[in-house]
Ligand binder design. Structure first.
Ligand code: AMP
Ligand code: MN
Ligand code: MN
Ligand code: MN
Length: 307
């Protein structure tokens, strides 16, 4: 850790150098955990979380790289769940050590994913993509918990579609042949797993689900009741007016706010530490959560000086 201490901002809208949602090759990101940390460091990120889909596999490597590069790397995971028929992602920050119910839950998620991927492959083969499983596995390297992006990349490689976006639009996106529903745990079960292990649960990218305002508030109410500490106020690039409205919705519910790029790979509009405008708000930042602020102090991040 570099000797220069990073002072945590007291307000979300004063934050910079912070990114609490990113992916590595442990799930569907393009960079290894180490390379991701180096990229983040080069972009001025001082405080980050690695939040791969349903796995903590990249966390140890990222934390070690962070210690060497002077970046505080928070262990995290983005847990897939479902609520009222909608797939909802829950970001867990600071999930606990091995042996807890979150890890058992994630192991079951991996098994379910394996079974589901066999069905995705079977359907894509029927749609004309021969040997889909083997080709997607090739894209994933050693990783066994394939996701739809691996199938998409394999289809691009095969020349069946020009790019990943088209692969999702034609074959893998919502309602398409390769969109095999997975029996994810319910929202409150996923939050239970996280909270029981001492982690902090946050509704990931609330604006990405395209819910009506009424459904969005119901989702946040249910998440709060289940024990979520808050939600991501800004995730990637999002509509500024909607962000302002979200800040109000969260404030009224006494929830906390987090910030993250949801970075997967270069070439898009987001990068480590780079995401949409943060609305003016007094919503408490998630790093002021008692458990997280303790972790921050222990990891070389200091609270803002009292005025
Ligand atoms: P899976 O975990 O197999 O359901 O795949 C979901 C992942 O696919 C998401 O986390 C995104 O990274 C990616 N994804 C979903 N929809 C799209 C899309 N329309 N275009 C590109 N990537 C997508
Ligand atoms: Mn993803
Ligand atoms: Mn997500
Ligand atoms: Mn994500």
């Amino acid at each position: 850790m570099s000797s220069e201490r990073f002072t945590l901002p007291t307000r979300l809208d004063a934050a910079s150098g912070i990114d609490l949602h990113m992916h590595s090759t442990a799930s569907d990101g393009a960079f290894s955990p180490t390379d991701l940390v180096h990229l983040a460091a080069a972009r001025g990120v001082k405080f980050m979380a690695l939040t791969d889909h349903d796995t903590l596999a990249g966390v140890d490597e990222a934390c070690a790289a962070g210690r060497a590069a002077g970046v505080a790397v928070l262990p995290g995971v983005e847990v897939s769940s479902q609520w009222q028929g909608v797939g909802i992602h829950i970001v867990a920050l600071l999930p606990q050590a091995p042996g807890d119910i979150l890890l058992e839950g994630l192991a079951r998620q991996a098994e379910a994913r394996l079974a589901r991927n066999e069905e995705v492959a079977r359907r894509l083969e029927k749609a004309g993509f021969s040997d889909a499983w083997r080709k997607a596995q090739q894209q994933a390297g050693e990783r066994t918990a394939l996701g739809r992006p691996d199938f998409a990349r394999a289809m691009v490689e095969e020349g069946l579609v020009p790019d990943m976006k088209t692969a999702f639009r034609k074959y893998l996106g919502a309602g398409k042949v390769g969109d095999v529903k997975q029996p994810w745990p319910g929202l409150s079960a996923a939050i239970d797993w996280i909270v029981a292990g001492g982690g902090i649960a946050l509704v990931a990218h609330p604006l990405r689900y395209r819910l009506t305002r009424k459904k969005l508030t119901a989702l946040l109410d249910d998440a709060g009741t289940a024990g979520a500490a808050g939600a991501e106020l800004v995730s990637g690039f999002q509509n500024e007016d909607q962000g302002r409205d979200l800040a109000q919705i969260l404030t009224r519910r006494s929830m906390m706010g987090s910030l993250g790029s949801d970075f997967h790979f270069q070439g898009g509009p987001v990068a480590p530490g780079r995401f949409g405008a943060i609305p003016r708000t007094a919503l408490p930042p998630v790093w002021t959560h008692p458990r997280l602020s303790e972790w921050c102090r222990q990891n070389g991040l200091s609270d803002a000086d009292p005025l």
